[in-house]
Structures are given as C-alpha cells and as structure tokens.
Design a protein around this ligand. Structure first.
Ligand SMILES: Cc1cc2nc3c(=O)[nH]c(=O)nc-3n(C[C@H](O)[C@H](O)[C@H](O)COP(=O)(O)O)c2cc1C
Length: 227
C-alpha cells in the first residue's frame, strides 16, 4: 500500500540529535507554528505558548542556562513529573532499551559515565540545533491541557518533517523551569512542558540513523466486537 503524506510524515519522523548549522528562516518556523495551531484542543482553549529562539538570543540564553548547570549543587523542582517516581515494567525496560540504543549510536560504552553525562548535557544546547522552541502552558493548566499540548507538539514535528527539517522533542527543559524562564524571558505564570530542537539534520552523524523500535499493536490494543 502506498502511504499518503500524513502516513509518510509519521513514518519518517524520528528524533534527531545532531544538526547542521544551516539556519532556518523565520517565515518557515512561523508557517509550521501557524499550521500546528490547527491542532484540536478541549474547549478550543489552545493552551500552548511557544518561545522560539535562534542566533545570538539563543546563544546568550543557552550560556546563561548552562552556567553551573549540574555542577553547582543546585537542583530545581520540575513543575510536573516527567516520569513516575518508580517506572514499572514493561515501561522501565523500554526506557532502558531506548537509552542503550541511543548511547550505542553515539558510540558511548555503558561504563563511560562521564561521556554519558556529556551527552545528556547536549540536551541543554538543543543538540546544536539552530532553532530552539520552548512550549509552555499556564501554571493553572493540568493533565487535560497537556494532552492538547502533546497534539500540538506532534503537529509541529510532522510539519517540520514534511519540510525536510529535523527535530527532537525534549522534556529535559522541564527539569530547569526557573533557569529556562529567566534566560528565555518566559512569563512567570507559564510552566515549561517541553522543548523542541529544530533545524536541518547533520546527515553524517550516526546518531541520526537510530531507529527506535515500536511494540506491536496487539501489545497495546484490545479489540472487541469486530467480526
Ligand atoms: C514528550 C517527549 C519528551 C522527550 N524528551 C527527550 C529528551 O529530553 N531528550 C531526548 O534526547 N529525547 C527526548 N525525547 C525523544 C524520545 O526519546 C523519542 O521520541 C523516543 O525514543 C522514540 O524515538 P523517535 O522519536 O526517534 O521515534 C522525548 C520525546 C517526547 C515525546
């Protein structure tokens, strides 16, 4: 069966963690954001807000965020739980396998903890992407609106894919809400939900060849009432 454009975008999108320094025009980012905003949201409240940085403002913000990050003993309280405190099976194993595949693609051995940490820290430079987006919603919002934001995020990524752009969604930014808000001049009433690295892929980098597997539909669906 030939895949239509939506199916193709869904099948070819994947998280890219190495970018070229080719810039992305503002008009292109704006077009993607305008289209992504056609995402449905409960009550059509459209709870998402987006801060988009590139060039000098991005470099300045990243410098500020990274100063002393994880080294000055400070930690912040994330404004939502990115994972449950104890991730149960089968999710725990899936998360572990995801990390192992990623570090293998980066050529980092399991026991090389410093190299793993250096890789994790690349989250906080958007993996070198020329454009960084931070998606927020009002602190009053809850799980219901997080669903809306997730749909909006997927729209963004699929539209980016369709335009030949690479992206990586990043909950990492939610670990440092205060630093991110301060450095990126985001209103204090906003909660940091997720970031998105956006740009053109560095095709020469093996980490972008990484294909994360999916479980079969029969492992997550229960059907009833069909012939
Ligand atoms: C909400 C969300 C948050 C994520 N946060 C991170 C992150 O902080 N850092 C990262 O490298 N990948 C992050 N990812 C990417 C996932 O690891 C990736 O989507 C998953 O392994 C499946 O791979 P794929 O996106 O290539 O299909 C995130 C994905 C989602 C949907």
């Amino acid at each position: 069966m030939t895949l239509g454009p939506v199916s193709q975008a869904i099948r070819s999108r994947k998280s890219m963690r190495a970018f070229s320094d080719r810039s992305v025009p503002q008009a292109l980012v704006r077009e993607i954001l305008e289209l992504a905003a056609f995402a449905p949201s409960n009550g059509n409240i459209q709870p998402w807000k987006v801060t988009v940085l590139t060039g000098k403002p991005l470099a300045t913000a990243l410098e500020k965020i990274n100063a002393g990050l994880y080294t000055n003993g400070e930690i912040e309280q994330p404004e939502y739980r990115v994972y449950p405190e104890k991730l149960a099976e089968p999710y725990r194993s899936r998360r572990y396998a995801c990390g192992e595949l990623m570090y293998t693609a980066f050529g980092i051995p399991r026991e090389d903890k410093p190299a793993r940490i250096r890789q994790v820290l690349k989250n906080y430079i958007f993996f070198g992407a020329p454009v960084g987006l931070i998606i927020t919603m009002s602190k009053e919002m809850d799980l219901g609106q997080a669903v809306d934001v997730g749909i909006f995020l997927q729209n963004l990524m699929l539209l980016a894919t369709e335009r030949g752009l690479a992206s990586c969604p990043q909950a990492s930014w939610a670990q440092w809400p205060q630093r991110v808000r301060d450095a990126m001049k985001i209103d204090s009433d906003q909660k940091i939900i997720v970031g998105l690295a956006l740009g053109y892929a560095d095709d020469g980098h093996a980490v972008n060849d990484l294909e994360q597997p999916r479980i079969a539909a029969d492992d997550f669906v229960s059907f009833d009432g069909f012939d």
